[in-house]
Design a protein around this ligand. Structure first.
Ligand SMILES: [Zn+2]
Length: 465
């Protein structure tokens, strides 16, 4: 077992001059970790003789609620104008071409490097929305869960926590339209999906960091009887993810098919609750937005990918006023930065409204504090985990670099705003996952070998793309 997956049964003590606890900022915090969990927190303390002194402010880590790991290989490769109407759909054509070339080994290498980069960015859990299931012509692998196993192996090697979301993808459009050739590697029937889910369950059961959810690609890709069967057949308490209302065309196609918009349809025909993570949910009427907020489902926002693909702007200001729940995902991985995701989200609202300081709540008027807090809470709910500096939680935390002047000079009440709105370089110096020191002084122990392997996979994937 690698040192990143070891669970120490000894008690380890840590000391930080300041830490963002679940109850807010505290000074001179002594805390202890045992069996990968937080055992206790004591503010206004002194360091113990054998405790590990943390060099900067300590923050909770964030669950990255939406990832398609293989798409990392094409980040930045679709930024040349070839067509006056380049869109999400022309980007998808390139994605389908590249996906044809990837072997299970390639996917493992991409995912491992991606997960290392996520850890360095302060994400310690990832919701892997995994739909690349089969061989190049759509033939199943000998082991049905071959590709899922590669994701699990990459998570184990990197030390990140995985919320595996095996995807049911059966159709190319609303009403059960036959899949197209580019989708051959993604397609499952309901029965083969349930068998895949069982294989994934068998691999993940009782894992200390990993968990399993349910996932429908989109309302384009599944029918109502399929959703009903899957929800009826599988665990009643795990997260359920779906892409929804990302593109105007999808909304129009939904109306043509059913007379209802996507979120309206899901709300009326299936029902929403806190198990659901509605990924994107960009194009909403007031009623749809209120239905999501009232249901306590999470809106899975992917601000840098949504900006890159030209999706649209999420109605964040109204959703905040309705106490809507949301978290962030890096999705296509054009960015691996909590700072950039949250900043892009806030700035999208400012640009639309021609006003400043948009995403805050009555109980939290500091934008940076509100953004970070909502991202932690929403990521937890959507990934089925409990990250945060609180007794009994998994001992995940990160340490910011106190050599940075903005970090060093800020009072705690200003620190998140300084970090999120004044800095560009990665200031996350150390990251701990379940008590394991996974990122030490900005470095992961396997990053050199992983980078070399990833370089080769990029070259191969982009050759004649
Ligand atoms: Zn996605």
């Amino acid at each position: 077992m690698s040192s990143l997956n070891r669970m120490s049964s000894e008690t380890h003590h840590y000391y930080a001059e300041r830490a963002l606890l679940a109850s807010g900022w505290a000074d001179n915090v002594l805390f202890s970790v045992k069996d990968g969990q937080f055992l206790s927190f004591e503010a206004n303390s002194k360091p113990m003789p054998d405790c590990h002194l943390l060099s900067g402010p300590v923050l909770p880590t964030v669950a990255n609620l939406h990832s398609h790991a293989f798409q990392r290989v094409m980040a930045g490769a679709a930024e040349v104008s070839l067509n006056p109407s380049d869109s999400f759909w022309s980007w998808r054509d390139l994605m389908y071409k590249i996906v044809q070339k990837l072997t299970p080994e390639d996917v493992n290498i991409i995912a491992k490097q991606l997960y290392i980069d996520m850890l360095k960015a302060g994400y310690t859990q990832v919701g892997e929305f995994h739909y690349l299931h089969h061989g190049a012509k759509g033939q199943p692998y000998q082991q049905r869960s071959e590709m899922s196993s590669q994701m699990i192996a990459a998570a184990n090697d990197s030390g990140i926590g995985l919320t595996l979301l095996p995807v049911l993808y059966s159709h190319s459009g609303f009403g059960g339209q036959a899949p197209n050739a580019g989708q051959a590697r993604f397609i499952h029937s309901t029965d083969s999906y349930l068998a895949l889910h069982q294989e994934c369950h068998d691999q993940l059961v009782n894992h200390p960091r990993h968990t399993l959810g349910i996932c429908f690609h989109s309302l384009r890709a599944v029918t109502k009887p399929q959703i009903d069967t899957v929800l009826h057949s599988l665990a009643k308490d795990c997260p359920v993810h779906i892409h929804i209302a990302e593109q105007q065309k999808e909304v129009q196609d939904s109306i043509t098919f059913s007379g209802q918009r996507p979120v309206e349809w899901l709300h009326n025909e299936i029902g929403l609750n806190e198990r659901w993570c509605l990924v994107h949910a960009t194009h909403l009427t007031d009623e749809e937005r209120q239905a999501i907020a009232t249901s306590q489902a999470v809106a899975g926002l992917c601000p840098t990918t949504e900006a890159n693909l030209g999706d649209g702007i999420f109605p964040g200001v109204a959703f905040e006023q309705e106490n809507g729940r949301w978290g962030i995902g890096s999705d296509s991985h054009v960015s691996l930065s909590i700072v950039e995701e949250l900043r892009t989200l806030e700035y999208s609202q400012r640009l639309r409204d021609q006003q400043r300081n948009r995403l805050h709540r009555p109980a939290q008027n500091s934008v940076g504090d509100n953004l970070f807090q909502q991202a932690v809470l929403g990521g937890n709910q959507a990934c089925g985990v409990s990250l945060g500096l609180s007794q009994g939680n998994r001992a995940d935390f990160m340490v910011l670099d106190s050599a940075n002047p903005f970090i060093a000079a800020s009072e705690s009440k200003d620190l998140l705003n300084r970090w999120l709105f004044a800095t560009n370089e990665n200031l996350i110096k150390d990251v701990f996952v379940a008590g394991n020191h996974t990122i030490k002084n900005f470095r992961h122990q396997q990053e050199e070998s992983s980078r070399l392997a990833f370089t080769q996979v990029i070259k191969k994937a982009m050759n004649h793309a």
